[in-house]
Design a protein around this ligand. Sequence first.
Ligand code: HEC
Length: 74
Amino acid sequence: MGCYNCHGNPPKKKAPTFAQLATDYAKARDDDRALQKLADKLRDGSILSHIDAHERLSPEAALQLVRWISEGAR
Ligand code: HEC
């Protein structure tokens, strides 16, 4: 879905790499409420810097991706 365009290695703009995000998100692993919050935050462009690729995600896709990241992004 183009995520790696910005979050690859080396990352573009101020994007964190998925490896960095995985470290941050590991604490939400297996915590459905924490994962849901991260997914909502990702889709809410007003908190981050209006990234189309984030705002276009469906709630289901965002939750899936956040869960994938929390499990190590592999
Ligand atoms: C156009 C470049 C770009 C694309 C494409 C992109 N991102 Fe991002 N992403 C960023 C940037 C820049 C940040 C940091 C935003 C900030 O801190 O304001 C970010 C932050 C994030 C974060 C951290 C949010 C947080 O602070 O907790 C996650 C998770 C994330 N992106 C996931 C994704 C996923 C999944 C995709 C693919 C659907 C994606 N990104 C596509 C640029 C991008």
